[in-house]
Design a protein around this ligand. Structure first.
Ligand code: UD1
Ligand code: CA
Length: 476
């Protein structure tokens, strides 16, 4: 879902006259340290591909344009962008400076240009806004977002002269021992003045350990004032190069999501065992109990009780619902629906107001009318069930004949007896009953009873004959 500030268009226009901000997101790297078959920037953090976190942060700047440098050999990156931004292709991965150099001349103007590395998902939009603000105020040629870390390993260090004046950024690979002790690091987020950036980029060389064109070297080649802005929360600049850092980012992001939900009036009883994705919405006074995982684009209403042990993905849940030890995927629940424990709602389950689903029920591609109960082990598949019906324990809608799927229709107030097999396509009318243990293959008219059983036979004295005359069989 794309979010645009409503005041955006007017603000964009006024900033354009001052030279609106261009954002370039670098996303073409190989991501070797991830040891993965999928591109690094598509690895999700709290359910959202890393790259989309950078895109979201960039939106806070209301940029004139957002360019994304991508590797044409990496599948899925373009699709993940879903039409947002404009991609710029970097065929060979010759470094971050080389990546920026792929921006064509038509997009090179004198105005401010913000560079973000797409492996920095914790970066906040408001930090970018502050960075551009400081940059504009100081009139610098470049403002580098920096951080001071307890453990600076893996980052480029900011080397300063004796008087504290910025000298250069040294990559760890190229750093001497003294430089490695420096704890002030480069975040990989910069605001450049286009006027000074583009000529400096032409002078970039690759004489370093990696043989790459480092964007970090552009900073010292630039003619003009060089500024740094320290990020208040160093966690924001965490760069994801491997799976350890990915797990670290996941944790921080999940904490942020839980904090935001609690601000919005949601009770989280145990944040350590609660996993909620970024695109989940939960209404006021809902409670999420431990061991619950709510993911994808899920919306939960007000006054719901979720968990313990609920797993909900891409679902819509109305107000006042209770979901315990259940698994829901692409399900839609109206208000006051009760689910569980131990039930599964598969894609296309639509449950109206006040439906009760108990234990070991499976529902798929079915509409269940208001007030209907499916209280015990049942499989309701490809069905349309009316309102206030009762589906007895062990009911199965046999939806598949080995070749095609068929639908079952059950009317309002119908009473489907225990252990009924409904062989689809079949209809049970309004107010109709089916007797326990029946296999229903023909439609049941409204208001009637269908009974399908062979008659019960009693063979008297059978047990004694089987066991021999010595056995006494007592009366029940
Ligand atoms: C980079 C910085 C380092 C900084 C750190 C912060 C350089 C030379 N070093 O190191 O100073 O402290 O980030 O996290 O910039 N990319 C491309 N094309 C390329 C190479 C990289 O698009 O040819 C992209 C990657 O997809 C990634 C970003 O640029 O999103 C950074 O590349 P990466 O290799 O992760 O740089 P670091 O070694 O982390
Ligand atoms: Ca990195």
């Amino acid at each position: 879902m794309r979010v645009h500030a409503s005041a955006g268009s007017t603000r964009t226009r006024s900033s354009e006259t001052r030279g609106g901000v261009t954002v370039v997101v670098l996303a073409a790297g190989k991501g070797v340290r991830m040891n993965s078959k999928i591109p690094k920037v598509l690895h999700p953090v709290a359910g959202r591909p890393m790259l989309l976190w950078s895109m979201a942060a960039a939106r806070a700047l209301d940029p004139t344009r957002t360019l994304v440098v991508t590797n044409p050999a990496q599948d899925g990156v373009q699709a993940a962008l879903n039409g947002e931004g404009q991609t710029v292709s970097q065929r060979d991965q010759l470094g971050t400076g080389h990546a920026l150099a792929q921006v064509s001349t038509e997009h090179r103007n004198a105005g401010p240009l913000v560079v973000i590395y797409a492996d920095t998902p914790l970066l906040r939009g408001e930090t970018l806004v502050r960075l551009v603000g400081e940059h504009r105020k100081s009139g610098a040629a470049v403002t580098v977002l920096s951080a001071t870390l307890d453990d600076p390993r893996g980052y480029g260090r900011i080397v300063r002269g004796r008087n504290g004046v910025f000298r250069s950024i040294v990559e760890e690979k190229d750093a001497v021992e003294d430089e490695r002790q420096i704890r002030e690091v480069n975040s990989g987020v910069y605001c450049f003045s286009g006027r000074e950036l583009w000529p400096a980029l032409l002078r970039l060389e690759n004489k370093n350990q990696a043989g790459e064109y480092y964007l970090t070297d552009v900073v010292k080649l630039i003619k003009g004032k060089i500024k740094t802005m320290a990020v208040p929360d160093p966690m924001e600049i965490l760069g994801i190069n491997d799976r350890h850092q990915l797990a670290q980012a996941e944790r921080v992001m999940r904490d942020r999501i839980l904090d935001a939900l609690m601000e919005q009036g949601v009770t989280i009883t145990d944040r350590g065992t609660t996993f909620i994705d970024a695109d989940v919405r939960i209404g006021r006074d809902s409670v999420v109990h431990p061991f619950s995982v709510v993911t994808g684009e899920t919306t939960v209403g007000e006054d719901c009780v979720i968990g313990p042990f609920a797993q909900i993905r891409d679902s819509i849940i109305g107000d006042g619902c209770r979901i315990e030890r259940a698994h829901l995927e692409q399900a839609t629940l109206a208000s006051n629906v009760l689910i569980g424990p131990f039930s599964r709602l598969r894609p296309g389950s639509m449950l109206d107001e006040g439906v009760r689903v108990g234990t070991h029920a499976e529902i798929k591609n079915s509409h269940i009318g208001a007030g209907t109960a499916i209280a015990h082990f049942s499989a309701v598949l490809d069905s349309d069930v009316g309102a206030n019906a009762n589906i007895g324990a062990g009911t199965v809608t046999a939806n598949y004949d080995g070749q095609a799927k068929h639908r079952t229709e059950i009317g309002d107030r119908a009473q489907v007896g225990t252990d009924t097999i409904l062989v689809a396509p079949v209809t049970v009318g309004h107010d109709a009953y089916t007797a326990a243990g029946s296999v229903i293959t023909r439609d049941v008219p409204a208001g009637s009873l269908a009974i399908e059983r062979s008659e019960q036979k009693i063979v008297e004295g059978w047990t004694a004959r089987k066991r021999g005359r010595k056995t006494e069989v007592s009366k029940p």
